[in-house]
Design a protein around this ligand. Structure first.
Ligand code: S6P
Ligand code: ZN
Length: 186
């Protein structure tokens, strides 16, 4: 059995960003066609600049079973119609693999559900540690006015299955409640 050597990486305490990420993925509204409830608002945003929804700053690309992967996500504030900016959301390919999120800045709603129909929605803010158990699809929503930044740690071999969410969507959408807050709707 071969192991990598111990190493140190750095998350800037001021910006909360992972320094020198190995990979950076940017997702815009056009990368999430059909995922927001308001198709007209989605099309209008795509036509008017196609804003960035979130950046993923990925750490070392370890993929040996037993290794851990890590990633900082920066999810910007905003809405598509009345629905707050969110991540695509996914299940892990290896369904039983869990994950930990450490919230570094901002306010978010974590939306989780199982293929069997259980749903769990939690509000989180800086300092919160959110545990995603194996078997739960997970999506993050920015319900605040600032960037929502969180650091995720997960088994390197877990894999990301987006097809399930692309086909079925999540049961709950996180929308503006009209009073500066949010509510989950079917
Ligand atoms: C990875 C972890 C996060 C997400 C990221 C973006 O397992 O859950 O790093 O990848 O928040 O979300 P998504 O659904 O576009 O991968
Ligand atoms: Zn995940």
């Amino acid at each position: 059995m071969r192991f990598v050597l111990p190493f140190v990486r750095h998350v800037d305490p001021a910006s909360h960003l992972l320094v020198d990420p190995q990979n950076r993925i940017v997702r815009r509204v056009s990368d999430m066609r059909g995922m927001y409830g308001d198709a007209a608002a989605e099309a209008e945003l795509v036509a008017n600049g196609d804003p960035v929804l979130y950046d993923m700053l990925e750490g070392d690309a370890l993929n040996t079973p037993g290794d851990l992967a890590f990633c900082t996500t920066v999810l910007h504030p905003g809405k598509v119609g009345d629905e707050y900016f969110m991540t695509k959301g996914h299940l892990h390919v290896l369904r039983d693999r869990a994950e930990v999120y450490y919230i570094l800045a901002g306010r978010g709603a974590l939306v989780c559900e199982t293929p069997e129909g259980e749903v769990d929605v939690r509000e989180v803010g800086a300092g919160d540690v959110y545990y995603v158990p194996g078997g739960w699809a997970h999506r993050t929503v920015n319900v605040g006015a600032e960037d929502l930044v969180f650091f995720a740690i997960y088994p390197a071999e877990a894999g990301h299955d987006y097809a399930f969410i692309e086909e079925r969507g999540f049961r709950k959408r996180i929308v503006d409640d009209g009073q500066g807050g949010w509510k989950a709707v079917e």
